[in-house]
Design a protein around this ligand. Structure first.
Ligand SMILES: C[S@@+](CC[C@H](N)C(=O)[O-])C[C@H]1O[C@@H](n2cnc3c(N)ncnc32)[C@H](O)[C@@H]1O
Length: 248
């Protein structure tokens, strides 16, 4: 089973706010090393696919496949847990902002390991206690995110399963890719429906929780309470919010 139905429902406006963030792309592409053939798993609309290399894309959602730009690698309809490729078919396999959607991420990573010599994954790490308090959005407005990760394997466990290492990735204050943590210094962005529709967390917590969180954030921005609580962030250029590259 995959989460393709979720993205077939929520993916229609993905490319409005989700695109390649060049500073994170540079990290991912450096981690790919000299790889000439690259498999992109959970490829979506093609963000982060490296130029100048031969890319093969795997994407289970038809709606996401349909939004790939002209000229992007034609996508294969498949899931990470069962990759339709021979052993060692690729120099490297990458997966960006997707493993939290995989029903069985250990199986998916083992498949990437089977078909490629190098594995590069971009995801978030919840293995440190207190991770919920690392980001004001989960700490003060959306503690329900804890329920979304409950029972899922930790990123440290996933890295261990394929003998990979983890490297921190800071989120720049003006991050171009509108993922969940991207607007940590631009809180008004979360009031924008188009921004939220590009972030699966908001769909997964459900409309009541979403509306409550947005209402509280709007109030706190209006009264100055958000600024009072998060004053120190305004001086930062980049933030450590638990995003990691898994490289193995
Ligand atoms: C947040 S999007 C990320 C897309 C792209 N990698 C990017 O960085 O913009 C997550 C993608 O994972 C895909 N996905 C969900 N379950 C999957 C699975 N089991 N195997 C592979 N991809 C999956 C979804 O269809 C969706 O396109």
């Amino acid at each position: 089973m995959s989460n393709a139905p979720l993205y077939d429902t929520i993916g229609a406006t993905y490319s409005v706010t989700r695109r390649t963030e060049p500073r994170i792309a540079a990290r991912i592409w450096a981690a790919l090393g000299e790889a000439r053939t690259v498999l992109n798993v959970g490829a979506g609309t093609g963000s982060y696919e490296p130029p100048g290399r031969s890319v093969t894309a795997v994407e289970p959602s038809a709606l996401m496949r349909a939004q790939r730009p002209a000229g992007a690698a034609p996508p294969v309809a498949a899931v990470a847990e069962s990759l339709p490729f021979e052993d060692r078919s690729f120099d490297a396999a990458m997966a960006v902002s997707t493993i939290h959607h995989w029903p069985d991420p250990v199986a998916g990573l083992r498949e990437m390991r089977r078909v490629a010599r190098r594995v590069v994954v971009f995801s978030h790490d919840t293995s440190q206690s207190g991770w919920l308090h690392r980001f004001w959005l989960t700490r003060d407005y959306l503690p329900e995110v804890a329920g979304l990760v409950a029972g899922r394997p930790l990123l440290t466990e996933l890295a261990g399963a394929i003998g990979a290492r983890l490297e921190p990735v800071l989120v720049p204050w003006d991050c171009a890719d509108g993922f969940f943590e991207a607007y940590w210094r631009r809180p008004e962005a979360y009031l924008d429906e188009r921004v939220r529709r590009g972030i699966s967390v908001w769909a997964r917590v459900g409309p009541e929780v979403e509306q409550r969180a947005v209402r509280r954030l709007r109030d706190d921005l209006a009264t100055g309470r958000w600024a009072e609580r998060n004053r120190e962030l305004l001086a930062l250029e980049a933030a450590e919010l638990g995003l990691r590259l898994l490289v193995g």
